[in-house]
Design a protein. Structure first.
Ligand SMILES: Cc1ncc(COP(=O)(O)O)c(C=O)c1O
Length: 381
């Protein structure tokens, strides 16, 4: 057979997967691994959510839900915007999706035609570009630097010519940096004035270490806002997210969701209704992230890795390691091999400059963070 995969399937691999494979191999051979590469909580879902899931499994038929999602969950998500941001969101404006990832694909399909141009700041979360490219949308890479906290500015957008969309996350993966309210307002104003979709990935909201993150809806009720239960609520494997849809996209997005997934997992949807009553558990996870964050900030400084992005939120530290190497992937391999420390190479998040950066995650345990910093300090000295 000579048939091959479609050209759209030729997207970039995730280098961190290679790191994880190498880490697994090391473990299988009896070595130890300190996990600073993982981009997910190491904690389970809140106990109340788990208890609710058990009840639902015992008592419910678990059929499909409507494509918008279970009404009580949509209503609870809408209420969350009132509780956190004092913003009115109609339950009908919320569509429940297969994680934030399911929301990206549905939103990109609903908002953009082939050949449209969408701005993706780098360093950034790689699935944005990959999913856009799969759909034949042109990705307009927008390099950012530490001077603007690795976030885009209106001046940069002005220089790009005509574009149709902008997607970003604040707090960001991989940099952990956040847009301040005025900067976000400037971006949303520019998008409104230029008829550009503003897509705000707010998956790390709630995981902040100073000011809380503003939602784009505060500045533009027609922004497309994506969020998820994966990070703040520690429910990655439940595959549940949502999008707050501007009026004009509600019908198109629902039709796409009907055809692409029918509905998000019913068990997860039913259990997630109580997640919003579990902020005590989420906040105690965040208190642990804060401890780990400080361990890494101090430890990296002590190891001479002191050019790091301001770690405003999420659970990452984006560090410039150009004084140690011009190939951060090779450095990561060396650290795994010699020190048992697994990290995410920068190339996953920035094709051009990523070879000078490493992403350290502090979503794991404090003991892993502590031990990794001790080994790193010794290695450097
Ligand atoms: C910025 C960002 N958006 C989206 C996702 C994926 O989210 P989900 O698990 O809800 O699909 C991740 C996962 O790491 C992420 O970092």
């Amino acid at each position: 057979m000579t048939r091959t995969a479609a050209s759209r399937a030729r997207i970039n691999p995730f280098y961190v997967m290679e790191v994880m494979r190498a880490a697994e191999l090391r473990l299988a051979e009896g070595g130890d691994v300190l996990h600073l590469e993982v981009g997910q909580p190491s904690t389970p879902a809140p106990p109340k959510v788990i208890a609710e899931a058990h009840r639902v499994l015992d008592e419910d038929v678990l059929g499909y839900t409507t494509s918008g999602g279970l009404e009580p969950l949509r209503a609870r998500i809408a209420q969350h915007y009132d509780e956190w941001y004092r913003i009115d969101v109609a339950a009908d404006a919320v569509m429940v999706t297969l994680g934030a990832t399911g929301a990206f694909v549905a939103v990109f399909m609903a908002a953009f035609d082939q050949g449209d141009r969408v701005v993706v700041p780098s360093p950034g979360y790689p699935c944005y570009s990959n999913a856009l490219e799969i759909l034949g949308v042109e990705v307009v890479d927008l390099p950012t630097t530490i001077e603007t906290r690795f976030q885009p500015t209106v001046e940069q957008l002005e220089a790009l010519g005509s574009v149709d969309g902008l997607i970003l996350s604040s707090p960001s993966n991989p940099t952990g940096t956040m847009l301040e309210a005025d900067d976000m307002r400037a971006l949303t104003d520019w998008c409104k004035a230029n008829d550009v979709w503003f897509i705000s990935d707010e998956i790390y909201h709630g995981i902040t270490f100073g000011q809380s993150a503003p939602t784009a809806l505060e500045f533009d009720p027609d922004a497309i806002v994506i969020n998820s239960f994966s990070k703040y609520f520690s429910m990655t494997g439940w595959r549940l997210g949502w999008v707050v849809m501007p009026e004009v996209l509600r019908e198109p997005l629902t039709r796409i969701n009907q055809n692409a997934t029918i509905s998000a997992p019913t068990l997860s949807q039913m259990a997630a209704v109580v997640a919003f009553d579990c902020e005590d558990v989420a906040e105690s996870n965040i208190a642990n992230y804060a401890i780990n964050r400080q361990i890494l900030l101090d430890g990296l400084q002590a190891a001479g890795i002191d050019k790091v992005a301001p770690a405003d939120g999420a659970f990452y530290i984006w560090a410039d390691v150009s004084h140690l190497t011009d190939d951060s992937q090779a450095l990561g391999e060396q650290w795994l091999d010699e020190l048992g420390i697994a990290v995410a190479p920068g190339l996953d998040f920035d094709r051009v400059n990523g070879h000078r950066f490493i992403r350290f995650s502090f979503a794991g345990t404090s003991s892993d963070c502590n031990e990794a910093m001790c080994r790193l300090k010794e290695w450097v000295s």
